[in-house]
Design a protein around this ligand. Structure first.
Ligand SMILES: C[S@@+](CC[C@H](N)C(=O)[O-])C[C@H]1O[C@@H](n2cnc3c(N)ncnc32)[C@H](O)[C@@H]1O
Length: 257
C-alpha cells in the first residue's frame, strides 16, 4: 500500500491536494520526457522488436513506454507509485492498441528496481533524484539491464556553480560532475541532447497554460480549496523558472559495459 503522504511529498503538495493532481495534469501526457527524441535514438540503434524488453521507472502516464511499444513492438513494463497515472497509462495503451505489449504496475521504484532484471533498456525520465544522486541512480538502474543494455536518463545539470534548493533538484551538479557520475561504473555515454532554454520555455509555457486553466475550473467547482489549486500553479511556475534559468535540461543514452 503506497501512502498518500509519500505521493504528496514527491509532488511537493499538501496531502489534501493529491486527489486533484490528475485533474490538474489532465492535458499533459508527457510529464517532462521527450518521447520523440528517444524514439529517434532507438530507431538509429536498431534493436530487434520481438526480443527487446524495456523497463520504464516512474513511467507516469506511460508516454515513453507506449510510444516505444507502438513504434517498435517492444515489450514494456512501466512502474509508478501514483495509481491514477497507472490507470491512465493502461487506458492509453488500449487506445493505441498496445495493451498486449505493455504492463503497468503500481509500485515504489525504490523497491522495484531491486528485483527487476534482464531488460534490454531502462528509462528514467524526469524523475528528479528519487533513486538518489546520479551515480547512485545509475548504480541501481544498470542492475536492471543486461550487459550492452541501454539506460536512458532525462535529467539536467547546473548552469553555474550554485546548488538548487528545490525538491527534485538537490542532486543537480555541474556538467563535469554529472558526466563523471553517469559514467562512474565504467558505462559509456553514446548519445546526449542538451535542450536550449527556448525549447524548454516553449514546453513550460504550454504546460503552465494547461495547468492554470484546470486550476481555474477546479477553483470554480471547489471555491473553498481554490488557494490549494493556485499554490500548485505557483509552484509549477517556480519550477519552470528554475529549469529555464538555473539548469540545462538534458537526456543521455548510456550503454552498460
Ligand atoms: C515528472 S513525472 C515523469 C513521468 C514519466 N517518466 C514521463 O517522463 O512522462 C515523475 C513520475 O515519477 C513517479 N514517482 C515518483 N516517485 C516515485 C517512486 N518512489 N516510485 C514510483 N514512482 C515514483 C511519479 O508518480 C511521477 O509519475
Amino acid at each position: 500500500m503506497i501512502q498518500e503522504n509519500k505521493i504528496a511529498e514527491y509532488f511537493n503538495v499538501v496531502p489534501e491536494l493529491v486527489p486533484f493532481i490528475p485533474e490538474l495534469l489532465t492535458d499533459l501526457w508527457e510529464l517532462g520526457s521527450s518521447p520523440e527524441l528517444i524514439l529517434q535514438w532507438i530507431h538509429d540503434f536498431g534493436l530487434p522488436p520481438d526480443l527487446t524488453r524495456v523497463l520504464d521507472v516512474g513511467c507516469g502516464k506511460g508516454a515513453v513506454s507506449i510510444s516505444l511499444a507502438k513504434k517498435f513492438d517492444f515489450q514494456v513494463k512501466g512502474i509508478d507509485f501514483f495509481e491514477p497515472f497507472i490507470k491512465e497509462a493502461e487506458k492509453k495503451a488500449k487506445e493505441f492498441n498496445v495493451s498486449t505489449l505493455c504492463q503497468f504496475d503500481l509500485a515504489d521504484m525504490r523497491e522495484a528496481v531491486l528485483s527487476e532484471t534482464e531488460y534490454n533498456m531502462v528509462i528514467y525520465t524526469a524523475i528528479g533524484g528519487v533513486l538518489g544522486s546520479l551515480d547512485q541512480s545509475i548504480g541501481k538502474l544498470r542492475q536492471t539491464v543486461n550487459e550492452g543494455g541501454l539506460i536512458i536518463i532525462d535529467d539536467g545539470f547546473l548552469k553555474n556553480s550554485e546548488r538548487i534548493d528545490f525538491p527534485g533538484y538537490r542532486y543537480c551538479c555541474s556538467y563535469k560532475d554529472t558526466v563523471e557520475q553517469l559514467t562512474s561504473y565504467g558505462d559509456q555515454i553514446i548519445k546526449e541532447k542538451i535542450f536550449s532554454t527556448e525549447e524548454i520555455r516553449f514546453i513550460n509555457q504550454q504546460n503552465t497554460d494547461w495547468i492554470s486553466k484546470r486550476a481555474d475550473n477546479l477553483a470554480r467547482q471547489f471555491p473553498r480549496q481554490a488557494e490549494l489549486f493556485y499554490d500548485f500553479v505557483e509552484n509549477e511556475k517556480k519550477e519552470c523558472k528554475i529549469i529555464e534559468h538555473d539548469v540545462n535540461c538534458a537526456v543521455w543514452m548510456i550503454q552498460k559495459m
